[in-house]
Design a protein around this ligand. Structure first.
Ligand code: ZN
Length: 213
């Protein structure tokens, strides 16, 4: 097996890459469940009817999972890299990484796929780590634009590659089931850094590999 080495990091890591967000004063589980009861009553339903009695607990349990990204640090996930990549000098593309996040404006889901390419210098990261990185940022309240740039920045700062390309395509429930109610529309965001930003040809190759079968 190739040697595990520490990557050559950039001198200054961004806050969101270096550590999990600082914990704010967090309400207790009881307070969170009471808040869910309030919202249940706000819908017009009766929080005390049998079918809803366990709902506040289940919603808070789900929150622990859906927003688990606040307790995780991107730099730790990408910390182990592998050297000895031989003469490999092209980019590595992982496409169709499914994710599910929540928009920070409505706390409604947006779901879709992330495609990530980076052009390594001497060091590569385990492919599953890129998927974990996506999950860390997805399991926080997000905008799709912000999430795209955070993923790209984390890879750039930790692996220090020649370039990074990230594309997210997602459907936003706040657009498909409420508001303008346009199901089926998708939003695409891209962030190019380094060689991908500098070279339109590299961007074209990235796009055509995404379209390829
Ligand atoms: Zn929204």
């Amino acid at each position: 097996m190739d040697a595990v080495v520490k990557p050559l990091r950039k001198a200054q890591l961004s806050d969101h890459v270096r550590r999990a967000p600082p914990a704010t004063a967090r309400p207790s589980r009881e307070e969170a469940e009471a808040a869910v009861r309030t919202l249940l009553a706000f819908t017009g339903d009766d929080p005390d009817r049998e079918g809803l009695l366990g709902t506040p607990k289940r919603v808070v349990d789900a929150y622990e999972e859906l927003y688990g990204g606040y307790g995780e640090c991107p730099a730790e996930v990408l910390d182990r890299t592998f050297s000895e990549i031989g003469k490999y000098d092209d980019f590595v593309l992982v496409r169709d990484i499914a994710f599910s996040s929540h928009c920070e404006h409505h706390m409604m889901p947006f779901t879709g796929k992330a495609h990530i390419a980076y052009k390594p210098i001497e060091r590569v990261v385990g492919l599953s780590k890129l998927a974990r990185l996506v999950d860390i940022y997805a399991r926080r309240l997000q905008t799709q634009e912000h999430m795209t740039s955070q993923i790209a920045t984390a890879i750039d700062e930790i692996l220090n590659p020649r370039g990074v390309a990230v594309m997210l395509e997602a459907e936003h429930m706040c657009m498909s089931v409420r508001g303008v109610e346009k199901p089926g529309s998708s939003t695409i965001t891209t962030q190019f850094i380094g060689s991908f930003r500098d070279s339109p040809e590299e961007q074209v190759r990235f796009m055509s590999m995404l379209r390829g079968g």
